[in-house]
Design a protein around this ligand. Structure first.
Ligand SMILES: Cc1cc2nc3c(=O)[nH]c(=O)nc-3n(C[C@H](O)[C@H](O)[C@H](O)COP(=O)(O)O)c2cc1C
Length: 310
């Protein structure tokens, strides 16, 4: 059973932080379908300390999704620490620090995956963040900054020494972005080098692939990102149903949760993106997706989804 600090989880399968996707409705859905816990979208330490409204809205949570992890990103140790203190008042069960995002907007300021090449700075961030929060702090890293500079093992050892409660390893370098295949060997090496839980990440598209990764690498849990989009069933043994009606039920539940928690009329494009993913691979899916994208209002979208099978 996956255990991080004093927390135990019903499943070792975890929803990855996904900017633009892993908000409260999607996290709740994935939790209902079996995720052990879910990680929020990355939250800017600057946005938090400036008390930006949009950033604070990202901290929306409910008890149904507990345990939940909120992910912070930034590169200034003091601001990261202040942000961790603020985030803690919102009651997450864990705080994750993003040391793996390759997006330019993030790395140009030294945050995300850029921290793989500045382990001293990452160390200071961990030290200061951990001192300012009472909840377990985890880190999400990559294999290194580029081939020839694979430092996940020493980086993970540093994180453990500083008090990180778990380490997620995405088996790609910063330079690789999302290209190529995730390297599982680096996950094995990190697992062998630290005694805190190690969570493997990269390219897992089904529950059974996740189990394979655990057997192959010895990792304690598996984080799933892209494989969960339009497919919260990835967190259950049976996987995505072949039956369109059952898939529709998932899409409708997702829509209901979105309506419950988000200002839907402002988010039509976002909703279409999420919902259209459910139908990938089904006969007639391109027509269904076309119908979804042509909707002008949320009500129209709901009616389209209701009519899909009729
Ligand atoms: C659209 C998108 C958004 C992402 N946002 C974040 C993020 O906010 N924080 C983070 O640490 N990683 C982020 N990632 C990386 C994922 O968490 C994950 O490490 C990566 O997608 C590999 O896992 P996968 O193959 O299961 O998708 C993002 C990835 C994608 C595709």
């Amino acid at each position: 059973m996956l255990k991080i600090a004093d927390l135990t989880f019903n499943s070792p399968f975890i929803l990855a932080p996904l900017a633009g996707y892993s908000d409260l409705p999607f996290r709740l859905l994935c939790k209902r379908y079996g995720a052990g816990y879910c990680v929020s979208e990355m939250i800017s330490c600057h946005g938090l300390t400036y008390r930006q409204k949009k950033t604070s809205e990202m901290l929306l949570s409910t008890s149904e999704e507990q345990p939940v992890s909120f992910q912070l990103f930034g590169a200034d140790p003091d601001i990261m620490a202040d942000a961790a203190e603020i985030i803690t008042t919102y009651g997450p069960d864990m705080i994750d620090i993003n040391m793996g995002c390759p997006v330019k907007k993030v790395t140009k300021r030294g945050a995300g995956a850029a921290l793989m090449s500045t382990p001293e700075l990452a160390k200071q961030i961990l030290e200061k963040v951990i001192a300012k929060t009472s909840v377990p702090v985890t880190v999400k890293i990559r294999s290194g900054s580029q081939s020839g500079q694979i430092n996940a093992v020493s980086f993970a050892q540093m994180a453990e020494q500083m008090g990180a409660a778990a380490i997620t390893v995405h088996g790609r370098t910063w330079k690789q972005g999302f290209t190529g295949l995730a390297d599982r060997n680096i996950i094995t090496e990190v697992k062998q080098a630290v005694s805190v839980p190690v969570i493997g990440n990269g390219d897992i598209l089904s529950y059974s692939e996740g189990l394979d990764m655990m057997i192959e690498t010895g990792c304690d849990g598996v984080m799933i990102g892209r494989g969960a989009l339009g497919n919260p069933w990835v967190f259950s043994k049976k996987g995505k149903p072949n039956d369109l009606e059952a898939v529709l039920e998932g899409a409708r539940q997702h829509l209901e949760l979105i309506e419950q928690f988000l200002p839907v009329e402002r988010m039509l494009g976002y909703i279409k993106n999420h919902i259209s993913r459910y139908f990938k691979g089904f006969p007639g899916s391109s027509k269904i997706r076309q119908n979804i994208f042509s909707c002008g209002t949320v009500d129209e979208l709901k009616n389209t989804v209701l009519r899909v099978n009729h």
